[in-house]
Write a protein that binds this ligand. Structure first.
Ligand code: FAD
Length: 540
């Protein structure tokens, strides 16, 4: 198999042109090209006002790959294709009685459980929230009726925190074993659009993700796994540094020597339990800020020029960073093209924002977090739990500023920069449900954060025309950008530093920062756990 990179074609090219382009690039006759697949397709928008082109990575086979590779041995764009297939690391012996436990059924727990089940390990998944269908109703009750269900919401329940999301499926993590492709293949098998396998910035969108997750649950059960919803883990059973099982809120104990902790970043009560049990945890940096909204058409024009609105490109995204004079980095986070800002709290009396979209990304506004990085030593020193305490304090202030009914505090960008409270909206209508209350957002976050964002917005306006327009809307607060703690694990065994058999994983443990990276981390811990069981059982 051969990999051909940097193959550039016009945006509107017909399908047949691709084959012809491969033949021409490699000087092949038609019959010599046996097969090809698109491994990746991105677009090059550097010349957005003259020509945007597709750029392909192709995997292909010919009648004589060796001869083609030899002919192009000095051409770095024609190389042997890597093997991207997934191979299970173990197969559970039929006699195995131990069942691994997976706590949490977000992307990390989902993939840990799926891989374990596919290897025959029959995991028991414990998820505090409810199944997709019920959880959707509970979440909409907050968005439509101001009613929060503390155990079933945007953060908790089947599918985890990313269920109601843009479903962006890309990440910066190094992935030499191509686990990311395994994640994508499983999503496609469960009904996600095929193009997520090759487009450079794939996304599923919230509605499709819900049915995908339900299908993956069915596969785990079919393979002998078990999924228990409304099963909150409240205690770990640890004996002489070895995990022996877990206890649920109703007192049920489930024995196991292998437990995956895939908690997500919002399980503050569970983090506190881990701290009490002296499981090794440490504070880590995260970011806080606001969510910003603009008309999507404005972002499209700035990013895609005359191609704005082109069907093949869809709604445009952006990524921005500014280094402020006070030493803080301000950056865009979780940008959702054509989407909406959502209420993302899991706790009573708190307000948190995030963003989501449908697969079509056809909503009027673009939104993104505009956040400032904060660090334990400087900004929340002391206990490993100090970051959580800071989040709780800020989210409670946001609740107060929003009027104490889960509405979010909001302000126009022009007023925010000038330091005066907003009283009326302009053209940009905020999408946050159950609603916003205009105010002065300077009261919502520490001064150094406000100062840095005030400086960054005009700087962003120089990169994306209109970004700092007077009537763009800021909604607060964005406080759950990543976990404020790391549940540190050993780099080889992937087990907790001081509790054997315990596998901290995913975003809550500080080892992932999105759906894809959480899924990849779930695969990694499933493999490490399976190999550990095999070594203990003496099986090959
Ligand atoms: P989570 O998804 O948080 O899952 C953890 C699960 O553990 C939860 O279901 C929770 O109920 C359960 N749990 C916690 N404590 C316990 C306990 N004690 N007992 C039992 N169960 C427990 N990322 C992207 O890559 N792309 C996006 O477009 C995107 N959009 C997002 C939009 C929103 C609104 C939100 C909130 C997040 C978004 N993210 C996105 C982030 C992404 O969702 C997370 O990075 C990802 O879900 C982390 O996966 P995880 O499995 O580690 O944790």
């Amino acid at each position: 198999m051969i990999r051909l990179t940097q193959l550039s074609l016009p945006l509107d090219h017909p399908e047949s042109v691709l084959r012809q382009a491969i033949l021409e690039r490699l000087s092949l006759r038609d019959e010599e090209l046996l097969d090809y697949t698109v491994f990746k397709r991105s677009y090059d928008a550097r010349k957005k006002n003259t020509e945007i082109t597709y750029v392909y990575i192709i995997h292909l086979s010919t009648q004589d790959d060796g001869a083609v590779l030899a002919r192009f041995k000095d051409d770095s764009q024609v190389i042997p294709a890597p093997d991207t297939q997934y191979y299970p690391v173990a197969l559970a012996p039929a006699s195995l009685t131990e069942r691994p436990v997976v706590i949490g059924f977000g992307p990390c727990g989902l993939f840990a459980a799926l891989i374990l089940a596919q290897m025959g390990f029959k995991p028991i998944v414990l998820e505090r929230g409810r199944n997709v269908r019920q959880r959707t109703q509970d979440t909409w009750a907050l968005w439509r009726k101001h009613q929060l269900s503390p155990e079933s919401n945007v953060q908790y329940g089947e599918g985890g925190a990313g269920l109601f999301s843009d479903g962006k499926l890309y990440s910066q993590v190094k992935d030499p074993k191509f686990y990311g492709r395994k994640v994508m293949q499983e999503f496609v098998k469960a009904g996600a659009p095929d193009n997520i396998m090759y487009v450079s910035k794939p996304h599923i969108g919230t509605f499709r993700l819900t049915s995908v997750v339900a299908k993956m649950r069915a596969e785990i059960i079919e393979l002998g796994g078990e999924i228990r919803f409304e099963s909150r883990v409240t205690d770990l059973i640890i004996d002489a540094g070895q995990i022996r099982g877990v206890e649920l809120a109703d007192g049920t104990q489930i024995p196991s020597n292998h437990v995956v902790l895939a908690l997500g970043h919002s399980a503050r009560d569970t983090f506190r339990m881990l701290y009490r049990k002296q499981v090794f945890i440490e504070p880590k940096p995260f970011a806080i800020g606001f969510r910003i909204e603009h008309p999507q058409s404005m972002i499209d024009t700035a990013r895609l020029g005359k191609y704005a609105g082109h069907e093949a490109l869809g709604a445009a995204d952006y990524k921005l960073i500014h280094h402020a004079k006070n030493g803080r980095a301000v950056y865009s986070f979780c940008m959702c093209p054509g989407g909406q800002v959502v209420a993302a709290t899991s706790e009573e009396g708190r307000v948190v924002t995030n963003g989501m979209s449908q697969y079509s990304r056809k909503e009027r506004n673009a939104n993104a977090g505009i956040v400032v990085g904060i660090e334990p030593e400087k900004d929340f020193p002391g206990s490993p739990l100090a970051g959580i305490e800071l989040q709780e304090k800020l989210e409670a202030i946001a609740y107060q500023l929003g009027g104490c009914d889960y509405s979010a505090p909001a302000q126009l960008v022009g007023d925010f920069i000038k330091g005066r409270p907003s009283t009326t909206l302009g053209e940009v209508i905020p999408s946050y449900q159950p609603g916003v209350k205009l105010c002065d957002l300077a009261e919502a976050l520490p001064d150094y954060v406000i100062e840095a964002i005030r400086e960054a917005l005009p700087a962003f306006g120089k990169k994306i025309r209109g970004f700092d327009r007077e009537d763009a809307v800021l909604t607060g607060i964005e406080s759950r950008t990543s976990s404020p703690i790391r549940i540190t694990r050993d780099a080889n065994s992937l087990q907790s530093l001081n509790v054997r058999g315990l596998y901290p994983a995913g975003e809550g443990a500080g080892y992932a920062g999105g759906i894809l990276s959480a899924g990849i981390d779930g695969i990694k811990v499933a493999e490490a756990l399976a190999l550990d069981i095999m070594s203990q059982s003496g099986a090959e």
